[in-house]
Design a protein around this ligand. Structure first.
Ligand code: FES
Ligand SMILES: [Fe+2]
Length: 358
């Protein structure tokens, strides 16, 4: 069974990464070449020339067209060959796949499956990444693990206590009760920790923004959207100031935005950002937070890559699930449903066959 559905929007790049040069990227086991047209629109083509399969990312742009770096076949943004050297007639089958592309919430999204199903309304909501009411920035890291291991990690934040003890982790995270809900495409895990000592990261944010030191009510509301996006509504407010009842006005609120695109079955592109709703004009803080969160995620990366290696060493190993795994189990169930809907014996299937990445 595939690890990921093909009929889905996957982030392929941060907006700033795609310019007037050719960028090669593998998403969902498919090699793509990305570039911007002169009007700024992003193009994603199969990264293999129709003629002799040279990666088109080794070619060059000529206006909005791409010239192969081997024998000079020219392709337009739809992937159709428009010129062949030394020949007047163009073979009508000369084309490469053009992937549906959309740019939204500071990411370039591609749809590796059936282009007819690529509905832009299905792009996950990550508006905090560019909403003026929030200050946000983030990064892309490529992690040597199945993207679902990252989802498992995000759906269960008890790991903060053990992996991120020096910043955001504290004993309460591992001990506080949580509530899990789910729908057809969503799963949520909500955890409130009331009247606790804040961990170092949040103590410093609340002091910088509101001048408050002392006990807090802390929240983590994790929301998974199938197949690979997780937003985490996090924050603290002075204990007893009404945050659990809905008044967060004295607190500080962040959103951790995560969308994880499978690159291959055992590697992934992990796009993340941290958005905050306080001290909005302090660029210094935006920079500090981005680097601080990047440091926290490096701790996750080490765990995830080691876990993938251990899984590779024990093929077929079955995992036992604990209460803390409830959110991740729902996430995986929803992914499995999307994958099952694309399986070959499904008469509705309209998936375009994959070209292998090897
Ligand atoms: S391989 Fe691209 S033109 Fe020959
Ligand atoms: Fe983590």
């Amino acid at each position: 069974m595939n690890t990921h559905p093909l009929n889905a929007w996957y982030a392929a790049a941060y907006d700033v990464e795609v310019q007037r040069q050719l960028t090669s990227r593998t998403v969902a086991n498919q090699k793509m070449v990305l570039y911007r047209q002169l009007d700024g629109q992003v193009v994603a083509l199969e990264d293999a020339c129709w003629h002799r399969l040279l990666p088109l990312s080794m070619g060059r742009l000529d206006g909005d067209e791409l010239v192969c770096g081997y024998h000079g076949l020219v392709y337009n943004a739809q992937g159709q060959c428009t010129h062949m050297p030394s020949q007047e007639t163009i073979n009508p089958s000369a084309c490469v796949r053009a992937y549906p592309v959309a740019e939204k919430h500071r990411f370039v999204w591609v749809w590796p499956g059936d282009p007819l199903l690529a509905d832009p309304a299905l792009i996950p909501d990550l508006h905090w990444n560019h909403d003026p009411a929030w200050a946000a920035d983030g990064k892309l890291i490529t992690v040597a693990c199945d993207y679902r291991l990252v989802l498992d990690n995000l759906m269960d934040l008890t790991h903060e206590t053990f992996v991120h003890g020096s910043s955001i982790g504290n004993r309460e995270v591992a001990e506080a009760p949580f509530v899990t809900t789910h729908g057809d495409r969503f799963a949520t895990v909500t955890r409130w920790m009331e009247n606790i000592e804040p961990p170092p990261f949040w103590a410093s944010q609340l002091y910088q923004a509101r001048g408050y030191r002392g006990k807090v009510d802390r929240w983590q509301i994790i929301r998974f959207e199938a197949p690979c996006t997780v937003t985490i509504d996090v924050g603290v407010a002075p204990a007893g100031s009404g945050a659990p009842q809905g008044d967060r006005s004295q607190g500080v609120n962040g959103f951790v935005l995560n969308t994880i695109s499978p690159q291959t079955d055992t590697t992934c592109h992990y796009f993340w950002a941290f958005a905050r709703n306080y001290c909005l004009t302090e660029q210094r803080l935006t920079h500090q937070l981005r680097e601080g969160v990047a440091g926290i995620f490096r701790e996750d990366e080490a765990v995830l890559e080691a876990q993938q290696q251990a899984i590779n060493a024990r093929p077929g190993h079955r995992f036992y699930n604990l209460n803390i795994d409830a959110g991740a189990m729902w996430a995986r169930k929803l992914i499995d449903r999307l994958v099952a809907a694309e399986t070959p014996d499904d008469p509705q299937r309209r998936v375009i066959p994959l070209r292998s990445v090897a």
